[in-house]
Ligand binder design. Sequence first.
Ligand code: ZN
Ligand code: ZN
Length: 351
Amino acid sequence: MLTVNAYAAPSATEPLVPTTIERRDVGPKDVLIEIHYAGICHSDIHTVRGDWGTIAYPQVVGHEIVGVVTEVGADVTKHAVGARVGVGCMVNSCRECENCLAGAEQYCLKGNTGTYAATDRDGTITQGGYSTHIVVDEDFVLRVPESISYEAAAPLLCAGITTYSPLAHWNAGPGKRVAVVGMGGLGHMAVKIAHAMGAEVTVLSQSLSKQEDGLRLGADHYYATSDKATFSDLKNSFDLIINTVSAQLDINAYLKLLALDGTLVNVGAPPEGLPIQVFTLFGNRRSFAGSSIGSIAETQEMLDFCAEHGIAPETELISADYINEAYERVLKSDVRYRFVIDVATIATPAA
Ligand SMILES: [Zn+2]
Ligand SMILES: [Zn+2]
């Protein structure tokens, strides 16, 4: 076992504190990664605060992990010591169910093993990236292309793939009208990626406060959803809508913006249901869909796509002792657009 420094939540209601955690010994198929940066995802906050169900504490979160391989197991072939690598939202799956065999291990029928707060195959609870090292099976480790900086790569591992996967699956590209709901961590990545894919991109945000950013990042149009006229002006106008908002909104009003055979894909995860009027789906033969992260192969494809197109998230680099303040700012949407923790600042806990 390897004892490493980390930042953990002691309970659902207390701030995160420096601590140490144990990492398993490097097995034959494992790589040991020295973590350099970890992004802060809204899911981290939902998880540690118990919004999505009770979890075990102390819990280290973080599933936007980037670093360097420092040790490899005897049977590792995909990653060498010194390689720049990343780890996203999952660290394992059953590998034998229909979905795993189809290369869609994020939809493993036995449940993929989440990077944190999940029961690992050895029965321990997985601990995430707000720590100095992690041990991961090589099959769930991504190569980070040279042209993407470590700091910029981190948010791609969740925010990037969560938006890339539905954009690719529903064929965002030239001639497609794509709307992105919400200009946060996920939304700003969706704008950049959809634009790079060649789609005509519209942002639907609560206000126009981030309009300048949206247009700079690649949006062609920008509308405020607080303005009722937006919903009448844009009726029947999109082939694909990516909803990144994790809160309640009038989903039927958004569905009505879909053109013939259009699809609204939810990647935001509101704790409560979104009531849908079936009659809204009848019109234009509309679809309402969900999408969860992406497969490992697709995540690699996304990283390579971002490298090829020079896509990087907009980040604000913080030290570990700022995590709790950063959480409050994420909850107020006061970040442009992703906090990234400089893991070198994770201090040794007081004895
Ligand atoms: Zn995430
Ligand atoms: Zn499976």
